[in-house]
Ligand binder design. Structure first.
Ligand SMILES: Cc1ncc(COP(=O)(O)O)c(C=O)c1O
Length: 385
């Protein structure tokens, strides 16, 4: 299903067409769900179309992987069973016992748990840095640093890191720069073009876009690194299944229009929150007072659909707002068409309690959906009381 003719097309066109070549058997315009584990060989070793076993490769997954590579401007895309499966494969490919990783002081709790509780058991050391600050990143480096990990915008504090700046530091240090692009999506931000070596995604979020699938991805610029990761993807085996690949590919076709509406709605909600008497702080990179505003404006197409904010009255007040929301569904995850609200301290980021990544107890996180903005504002206003 290889098709490399999408290079010069705009993002919206690539999202719909890259990897989506018509089915060679029937002409179906959407890649079929090849729900199959193995493939008939024409004599021993005589593979039709190169497929022999679906852990190694499956046509529906190939379609998604080609699409992902095209959207991130990379040479290789790889799809996994979840974002964390992708991260695990990446870390065990790039790192060996004795190596060191710099991790951000604000990141998805599950990413932190993978470093702190799993990868560290294999003799990999890690230090925490404020990746928005060049001095903090440089101070965290050791002669054994092999990876610098960046999440921008970060989860849940919406911190912004200058990707090109950290790419320079990584290059000088001989380390690889990994950027988790889940919050932005490739429509809003292109880390490989800014110097990152690997892009990580939780496809569960904006890429899938409908809260109906769990998936993950890696995309690399360097073909040799892509090959090495593909080897480990097969050797470790946490691949995306055919149906999950298909549903993500379907979601991606509307990524651009969804992201525009997510951002438009978020900007309207931010205006209401920043004027609300019970809201003490709004964290959103689109606000001029956000410390990363200028960098976000430079490296992102717009500011996205995620908002965090703090409320008067501490943890109990924040939990009560989450409990009172009706149209905003109380739930983990993000990036779907429906709006979600959550309390990171007790929910998505419970695993960072007591660490350098602990989040404020009065923090609420919103994943702003694509419903009517006035309806969302009415719900938030009643939830704030
Ligand atoms: C920024 C970010 N990265 C990675 C992950 C992990 O992805 P998954 O839940 O698909 O394993 C998440 C999940 O919430 C996330 O928010």
């Amino acid at each position: 299903m290889s098709d490399d003719s999408h290079e010069h097309q705009s993002f919206e066109t690539r999202a719909i067409h890259a990897g989506n070549t018509a089915d060679p058997l029937t002409g179906a315009v959407v890649p079929p769900i090849y729900q199959v584990s193995t493939y008939k060989q024409d004599g021993v070793g005589g593979l039709r179309g190169g497929y022999e076993y679906s852990r190694s490769a499956n046509p529906t997954r190939t379609a998604l992987e080609e699409n992902l590579a095209a959207l991130e401007g990379g040479t290789r895309g790889l799809a996994f069973a979840s974002g964390l499966a992708a991260e695990d494969c990446l870390l065990r490919t790039l790192l060996a016992p004795g190596d060191h990783v710099v991790i951000p002081n604000d990141a998805y709790g599950g990413t932190f748990r993978l470093f702190a509780k799993v990868v560290s058991r294999w003799g990999v050391e890690w230090s925490v840095a404020d990746t928005s600050d060049a001095d903090s990143v440089r101070a965290a480096l050791t002669p054994k640093t092999k990876v610098i990990w960046v999440e921008t915008p970060s989860n849940p504090l919406l911190g912004i890191t200058d990707i090109a700046m950290v790419a320079d530091i990584a290059r000088t240090a001989g380390a690889k720069l990994v950027v988790d692009n889940t919050f932005a999506s490739p429509y809003l931000q292109q880390p490989l073009a800014l110097g990152a070596d690997v892009v990580v995604h939780s496809l569960t979020k904006y890429m899938g876009g409908h809260s109906d699938v769990v998936g993950g991805a890696l995309v690399t610029a360097d073909a040799a690194l892509g090959e090495e990761l593909a080897y480990h993807q097969n050797a470790m085996g946490a691949v995306a299944g055919p149906f999950d690949s298909w549903i993500v590919l379907r979601g991606i076709k509307t990524l651009a229009v969804r992201m525009d509406r997510h951002a438009e709605n978020a900007a309207k909600i931010v205006e209401v929150l920043r004027r609300h008497p019970k809201v003490t702080k709004v964290l959103y990179p689109g606000l001029p007072e956000h410390p990363g505003h200028e960098i976000a404006a430079k490296q992102m197409r717009n500011f996205g659909g995620m908002i965090s904010f703090q409320v008067e009255g501490g943890e109990e007040a924040a939990v009560a707002v989450c409990d009172r929301a009706k149209l905003f569904t109380l739930g983990e995850s993000l990036g779907g068409v429906e709006s979600l609200i959550e309390h990171p301290g007790r929910m998505t980021h419970a695993s960072v309690a007591g660490s350098a990544l602990e989040v404020p107890a009065d923090l609420i996180r919103l994943s702003v959906g694509i419903e009517n903005a006035d309806d969302l504002i009415a719900d938030l206003t009643q939830a704030l009381g």
